[in-house]
Each structure stands twice: as structure tokens, then as C-alpha cells.
Design a protein. Structure first.
Length: 543
């Protein structure tokens, strides 16, 4: 049976619980254990799919088509275990399911209540599909004391009794602030937070304490004494130089050893951490650097492009170069900023995914610059659609080319997809349908032209990549766009939906309808990002 590790947050939000969970999973995995991580989100949205990136950061899409919290991206990047719909639950989804059952009459006349009905749903979710695991790590979103997270805390309290204390460990994450005026680290917020948690029936076994300087032994002992944990179980979590330093850092502080000890596991295999040593060696000893211009809309909020940022870093790891990302607001080019003055210093240009018209003309201008100046160009999802519109307008003579996403157009080079072959048969959508969960979502196969650049990059002609889009390049324009030099080198298996475009007359010009960044890992960089950064390295030698 799987053992359960619960991670709760205290004192403040944004302590990086997701990275903590991912790092612990990586350490347990390095000891040979099978691990999975789940995220419990206390908000009322059914999923983050309809939330603005400004509210929630990136929406992470799984193979099975779930729109989930960006922490699932960390989990997958640190463990290589593909996340699933069943790894992310929200209060909204739980209530939706309960109300559906209530309307069907499934509760047989009972009064439906938070305890036991909501807590039972949470427990069922936690315990589903765990048979093949050694450890399941459950990260509870929010901070102890929030009204929203109470049912989750109550559910894990019950679970500890249901499956036995020996089979569960509770980790509480806190902050130890440094008060400059006093010249001291303060342990009181940690003490209060642990008191809050114990008042809800959960005594933590391990405390993971964010702190911006080394934690003196005296403070560590004090926390242990007040919070009722072993001194060795008070783990200082110092700020790290890179997120990929965190697993080794926590290992040195004894996190994995303490967690195993709390389970009473004494014969755990020693961890093989060579994978992480290699990543850090590549990260901190680069043999060059490149600058990539990312022309997008949410450039003030890097969390909106979390996986993209990481995939570019992974491309750098593959080539042993440092990748500098220059975030460029596409709207600047619409407000009169000069395109060359921003883009000339770039070794490659990337237009990422996005929604809505704002900034689109700036993105199209960036594609044109990359095409004409022969600067490596990567268009992802909306970025590929912009590359097709640019190609249509400037190389195929269709100057009215646009997308129906921005309103009616005479030349819908990109249009709403109303039907496509889904995993369980034909999927249909209406123009005025629901927004939540209705895009073409999740992993779909694509077939690549054997002679194409992308087939050489992937080393295969059948790929599977994750999608999240409502609009699609219209295959009727294939002839016109190809005559202008933009080749459709990847299509859906039925030949209906364009998946990849490229320009053979250009050093590196690729647009993809899917999101390759979601599958890139530091120990397994995505081939498209590895190749794109390689092209940027070549470009850097030219300029
Ligand atoms: N807005 C575009 C669409 O829905 C692109 C989506 C995206 O970039 N993820 O097709």
C-alpha cells in the first residue's frame, strides 16, 4: 500500500510548497521508490482553465487533457512522472461532483454536509489510483487558517486515522523571518502556525522552514521544543540559486532521511543523485550564453510562462549554454516602438501561446523580422498561428489574412475548430458553447513529413504532444502558404489539422500548434528546445 505524505503551508503563501513537494519526490525517487504527487486546491473554480494568467500563472495541461495548477509542471519536471487529471482536485470540482450526485438522488434522502460528504470525496480522491506507488505526496494549497482549506485539513486528519499513523507523515512548511532592527531570526510565526495546525488535529512530523540565512542551532532547538518535533526534523530551507539546486540542498539538510525516519523505514536504499549533479554541473558551468527574445502578452508575470521558461533553460542544459530570456511586450510594436531596435540583439525569437487580439500585430511583426533577417524563430500555439498569418499576408499575397479569434475576417487562415477526432470519437463544439474545459486538450498524435526539419529534430515521424487551443490553422490555405515557402510538415493522423509548419529556406523557423514546453525536463530536454537553442548558439556566432 502507498504511504502518504501531506504537505501543508503555514505563516504566508508563496513559500514554494510545489517545489518542496517536487524536490522531496525526486529524492525518494532517487532511492528507488515509486512516487506520485497530488495537488489539492481550495478555490471554487472547477479547474484553473478559465482563470487569467495574472491570477494563477500558467495553466498546465496533462496528457489526459486536464487543465491543472502549474505546480503539476514542477512535479513532472522533477520526477519525469506524467501528471494526470487525477493529480489535481479543487473545491469547485468536489462540489460540482457532489451536487451532481445529490440531484441524481444518490444520497438517498440524506442531508449533504461538509463532514462527511465533502471530506469523503477528498479522501476518495487522495486514495484513488495509488496501488502501484510507494509514496503519494499530497500538497494542500493555501495556508493553515484559511477558511477554504479547512475541509482538506480535516480530511487528512481523518485519513491519518483511517490508514494508520505509521503510513502517513505530515510536513508543515513555514517562514522564519529575519528582523533587521533586532538582528534576529524570529521563530514565533512558526510556533503559532504549528499551534494552528495541531488545534485542527494534526501534529506535524517534519518542519520545512524557509529562511534567508543559516538557522543557528539554538533557534532550531527552540522550534523543535515548542513545536513538538525532533531537532533534526526542523529542516532549514534556504533560498536556492536555481530551482534545480533544491533537491540536493534539501538532501544535505536531511529532509528525505527525516521523512523516512518518521515512517520508521530504516533500510532505505542510498539515493543515486547523479542526475541532479549533472544538471547542476551543466547549469553552473556553461560554455557560452545566448539571449532569446520572447514576444508575448503576459511578460510582466513570468509565472504565466513557467514551463516555457524552464524548457528554454533545459535547451541551454542540452547545449551547455546559459539562456537569458528577454521578455518583450508585443504591444510595444503596436505603440510605435521600432522592431529592429528590440529584436536585433536577440539570438533567437520565440512567440509563445496566448489568447486574444491584444499584441497580435506586434507578434506578427516579430515573425516578419525573424523570417526576413533569418533569425531562428519558434512559434508555439498562438505563435504558430501568427506565423501562418504573417506568411499568408507577406509571402502568399493574402493581405486580409487573420484569425476568427479576433473577429470576422475575409481570409480566415486561422479559424475555430468545430469538430475533430478525439480520443473517444468525434468531438464537436459550438461557437457559443462553454469556455471551461472545452478546448482541444491533452495529448494528440501528429505525423511528420519524413524529409522535414522537424522529423530530423525529433528523429521520428510520429510524435505525441499536448494541446490547448480552440482555433486551428485552416488546411484549405495549405497550397497558398506552401507556395509562399511555409511548409506544413506535421499534420494530425487524419490529415485534417495542421500541427507543424516550417520554412526550409530559413536556418530555423518552426511553428507548432501544441505545447512542447510542457513535456521538457532538465534531465531530458525537449528536442525542439534543444535544437532551437543550438540554432541560437550558431546565430550568436554570426552577430
Ligand atoms: N488562442 C489560440 C487558440 O485558442 C491559441 C491558444 C494557445 O496559444 N494556447 O487556438
Amino acid at each position: 500500500m502507498a504511504r502518504f505524505i501531506f504537505i501543508t503551508g503555514g505563516v504566508v503563501s508563496s513559500l514554494g510548497k510545489g517545489l518542496m513537494a517536487a524536490s522531496l519526490a525526486a529524492l525518494l525517487q532517487a532511492r528507488g521508490y515509486k512516487v506520485r504527487i497530488r495537488k489539492f486546491d481550495p478555490y471554487l473554480n472547477v479547474d484553473p482553465g478559465t482563470m487569467s494568467p495574472y491570477q494563477h500563472g500558467e495553466v498546465y495541461v496533462t496528457d489526459d487533457g486536464a487543465e491543472t495548477d502549474l505546480d503539476l509542471g514542477h512535479y513532472e519536471r522533477f520526477t519525469g512522472v506524467a501528471a494526470r487529471q487525477s493529480d489535481n482536485i479543487t473545491t469547485g470540482r468536489i462540489y460540482r461532483d457532489i451536487i451532481t450526485k445529490e440531484r441524481r438522488g444518490d444520497y438517498l434522502g440524506a442531508t449533504v454536509q461538509v463532514i462527511p460528504h465533502v471530506t469523503n470525496e477528498i479522501k476518495d480522491f487522495a486514495r484513488s489510483e495509488v496501488d502501484d506507488l510507494d509514496f503519494l505526496i499530497c500538497e494542500i494549497g493555501g495556508t493553515v487558517g484559511d477558511i477554504e482549506s479547512l475541509p482538506f485539513i480535516e480530511a487528512i486528519r481523518q485519513l491519518r486515522n483511517d490508514i494508520g499513523r505509521n503510513n502517513t507523515v505530515s510536513i508543515h512548511t513555514t517562514l522564519i523571518p529575519y528582523i533587521a532592527a533586532a538582528g534576529e531570526l524570529k521563530t514565533k510565526p512558526t510556533q503559532h502556525s504549528v499551534r494552528d495546525l495541531t488545534s485542527l488535529g494534526i501534529q506535524p512530523d517534519v518542519l520545512l522552514c524557509r529562511v534567508d540565512r543559516p538557522l543557528p542551532e539554538g533557534e532550531r532547538a527552540k522550534i523543535a521544543q515548542f513545536c513538538n518535533v525532533r531537532k533534526e526534523a526542523v529542516i532549514p530551507a534556504l533560498d536556492a540559486k536555481s530551482i534545480y539546486s533544491v533537491p540536493l540542498q534539501y538532501h544535505r539538510e536531511g529532509l528525505d532521511a527525516e521523512v523516512l525516519r518518521a515512517f520508521g523505514i530504516e533500510d532505505a536504499p542510498a539515493p543515486d543523485l547523479s542526475r541532479w549533479d549533472d544538471i547542476l554541473d551543466r547549469l553552473f558551468n556553461p560554455e557560452g550564453e545566448v539571449t532569446i527574445g520572447v514576444v508575448g502578452k503576459y511578460v510582466g508575470l513570468p509565472d504565466a510562462y513557467k514551463s516555457l521558461t524552464e524548457a528554454l533553460v533545459h535547451g541551454g542544459l542540452a547545449n551547455r549554454v546559459k539562456v537569458n530570456i528577454k521578455w518583450i511586450d508585443a504591444e510595444l510594436f503596436e505603440k510605435g516602438d521600432d522592431v529592429p531596435s528590440h529584436l536585433e540583439p536577440m539570438h533567437a525569437i520565440l512567440v509563445p501561446g496566448g489568447f486574444g487580439e491584444r499584441g497580435s500585430e506586434g507578434k506578427i511583426a516579430s515573425v516578419q523580422f525573424a523570417r526576413e533577417r533569418k533569425v531562428p524563430f519558434f512559434g508555439i500555439c498562438l505563435g504558430m498561428q501568427m506565423a501562418c498569418i504573417e506568411g499568408a499576408r507577406n509571402t502568399a499575397g493574402l493581405d486580409k489574412a487573420s484569425t476568427t479569434e479576433f473577429g470576422e475576417t475575409e481570409e480566415p487562415v486561422v479559424g475555430l475548430i468545430t469538430e475533430w477526432m478525439g480520443k473517444e470519437g468525434l468531438e464537436k463544439r459550438a461557437a457559443n458553447g462553454d469556455l471551461g474545459g472545452t478546448m482541444r486538450l491533452g495529448a494528440y498524435e501528429a505525423r511528420l513529413d519524413g524529409n522535414s526539419h522537424v522529423a530530423a529534430i525529433y528523429g521520428t515521424t510520429t510524435i505525441s504532444e499536448r494541446h490547448r487551443h480552440r482555433y486551428e490553422v485552416n488546411a484549405h490555405y495549405k497550397g497558398a502558404l506552401e507556395a509562399g515557402g511555409l511548409i506544413f510538415s506535421g499534420m494530425s493522423p487524419d490529415g485534417a489539422l495542421p500541427e507543424i509548419v516550417e520554412r526550409p529556406d530559413h536556418p530555423w523557423f518552426v511553428g507548432v500548434q501544441f505545447h512542447p514546453e510542457l513535456k521538457s525536463k532538465p534531465f531530458d530536454p525537449h528536442p525542439l528546445f534543444a535544437s532551437f537553442i543550438e540554432a541560437a548558439v550558431k546565430q550568436s556566432r554570426l552577430v
